[in-house]
Design a protein around this ligand. Sequence first.
Ligand code: FES
Length: 151
Amino acid sequence: MPQITFNVNNNPVSIDAENDDELLYLLRDRLGITGPKYGCGVGVCGACTIFKDGELVRPCIVPMEEVEGASLTTIEGLAVDDILHPVQEAWINEDVAQCGFCQAGQILTAVKLLESNPNPNDRDIDEAMSDNICRCGTYHRIRKAIKHAAA
Ligand code: FES
């Protein structure tokens, strides 16, 4: 079994894994990083969303062979020195979460949106967030929190 070396939340990791193992299972089951959630398992719900080399990916469909040398950030790594990211603060202030299952993916997707568009309008937000499913229907609060973080 090949040894795969990468970085998660600024921590180096070296782990035995098959090339076609999915990254989400390694994160959750072997590394105990459970912020990324298993929703659909086929890359359509967004519950597992993380950053890989600064880009949003869905680790339920990322094979380990694509992880060698990568730098990953999950929701656990978004706060720096225990200071929450402004998007996390906005999420708390707007009381966004209901069941919470999808929220890590929602927050990371919102962070990416604000990196590329610091002042998004409703349409920008809806477009950027449309592939992250929330079964509780918290979309209106997600929109408010993104505007709050952008302000
Ligand atoms: Fe990965 Fe749904 S669990 S996108």
